[in-house]
Design a protein around this ligand. Structure first.
Ligand code: SF4
Length: 148
């Protein structure tokens, strides 16, 4: 594939990922996330968000835009994109956070979206993953690290 075409596909794909996030916002749901971070401590919850390659690229760009480079593990088992001490940390890429961070299980934030409401959006992310040559969702840290 010609290099400029590859770049074009990446840019189109990232726009599509942002389109999925925007469409998710249109689904009526009682949500009170507001940077609660309850789901950002993977060791505590036992759950790690899984990202498709398009989501990982969007998140990696947002992370780099903050002036940061490699992801560093936190001692408290929190997401490395969480900036600040335990209990007071904030997601450094909140506007570009992955789909799982938007539709998560956090009870405080309203619990998970019903799958029937988001399954079409998940399929769109999977299609974008295929366009980008991805091989399915990966754990947040390895997915984003490989896009930095
Ligand atoms: S990307 Fe942001 S919202 Fe998602 S787990 Fe990490 S810190 Fe939390």
């Amino acid at each position: 594939m010609r290099p400029y075409r590859k770049k074009e596909i990446i840019e189109e794909s990232l726009q599509k990922v942002r389109g999925v996030y925007a469409d998710l916002e249109q689904i009526p749901a009682e949500r009170q996330c507001e940077l609660r971070t309850g789901c950002c401590y993977f060791k505590r919850t036992g759950l790690t968000p899984q990202l498709t390659s398009g989501e990982a690229m969007v998140a990696a760009r947002a992370w780099k835009a903050t002036g940061r480079k490699a992801l560093k593990a936190r001692d408290d088992g929190g997401c490395p994109l969480l900036v600040g001490p335990e209990g007071q940390g904030k997601c450094a890429i909140y506007a570009d956070r992955p789909f799982a961070c938007r539709t998560h299980f956090c009870v405080e934030a309203g619990g998970p979206y019903p799958r029937r409401d988001v399954v079409d959006l998940i399929r769109r992310l999977e299609d974008i993953d295929v366009d980008l040559g991805g091989s399915g969702p990966k754990g947040l840290v390895s997915a984003i690290s490989s896009s930095l």
